[in-house]
Design a protein. Structure first.
Length: 285
């Protein structure tokens, strides 16, 4: 399925955005979403529908399982919405996904899991340390996600204890934080841990607070006509300065989005990679 090309007028993209906006209004008719939140969500889901990224996390409001099913049914009424799917974790996490890109992401991770950087951030003192890919993540992708990838709606009745690394994976971060206790490093089979529930009342300190971080952002310019010269933030993540992430990891990320962006819009959108060094008192994940 090909997204609107540069030969199309602006109209197809505007029609897609209008359809996504209407789908969101139907889904959240009982929720008073601020216009700025709705606008941000429309653009985030449009980027997924256009094939710019594999998933977008709906984090501006609570989404029930009924609402997420209404949303995907409405999105599928548009020809470019048929490629979308919803991954819903027990009314806590809702991802709208591009099925083809998500399939590619699963395949790439299962075939070469250490192409991403995994950082153990457990405990307040640290320091953060690089580690291998959590076996439980690979097991979940293989046994829980892969069999359902062709469905347009997937409901998972467990929010797993490794939801931090799983969220980073869905959002295609090249650096994935690991905050869960992973006994697989000591030989415990991943199958025995895959359905361990996240205890949201448990305080799980991490060692990112008061530590220099590099903030990486991918901005897209001139994709959305109503923005004028204002760019859209497509992706944002951090990693500890001390981890000394190789330049190709970040540069390859920018190149990937540049390639995906080609021929998506007649106004020649372009990708802007920004790096900033920050220090925060505490980092909530």
């Amino acid at each position: 399925m090909t997204p609107p090309s540069s030969e199309d007028a602006v109209t197809p993209l505007k029609q897609l955005m209008d359809h996504i906006g209407q789908a969101l209004r139907v889904c959240f008719k009982s929720t008073q979403l601020p216009p700025s939140s709705l606008n941000s969500l429309v653009k985030g889901l449009t980027c997924v529908a256009l094939g710019l990224r594999p998933a977008h996390l709906i984090d501006v409001c609570h989404v029930s399982s009924n609402q997420s099913q209404i949303l995907i049914a409405q999105l599928h009424k548009h020809r470019f919405g048929k490629i979308l799917a919803v991954m819903h974790f027990k009314d806590r996490y809702t991802f709208v996904c591009h099925k083809s890109l998500l399939q590619e992401h699963v395949n790439a991770t299962l075939s070469s899991p250490d192409r991403w950087r995994y950082i153990d951030i457990r405990g307040k003192q640290g320091p953060p340390r690089q580690r291998t890919c959590p076996a439980v993540l690979l097991y979940w992708l293989q046994e829980r996600l892969l069999p359902q990838l062709q469905r347009h709606y997937c409901y998972f009745d467990v929010v797993p204890c490794y939801m931090v690394v799983l969220t980073g994976w869905f959002l295609e971060y090249p650096v994935l934080y690991c905050s869960h206790d992973d006994d697989t490093e000591g030989g415990t089979p991943a199958a025995s841990l895959v359905d361990h529930e996240l205890d949201e009342w448990e305080v799980r300190p991490n060692c990112l607070g008061d530590r220099p971080l590099c903030l990486v952002q991918i901005w897209i310019h001139r994709l959305f006509d109503d923005d004028g010269d204002r760019p859209h933030l497509l992706l944002s993540f951090t990693y500890p300065d001390e981890m000394d992430l190789p330049d190709p990891v970040v540069q390859n990320l920018a190149a990937k989005y540049k390639n995906r962006l080609e021929s998506k819009n007649s106004h020649s959108p372009w990708v802007d990679l920004r790096l900033q060094h920050i220090t925060l008192d505490r980092v909530a994940l």
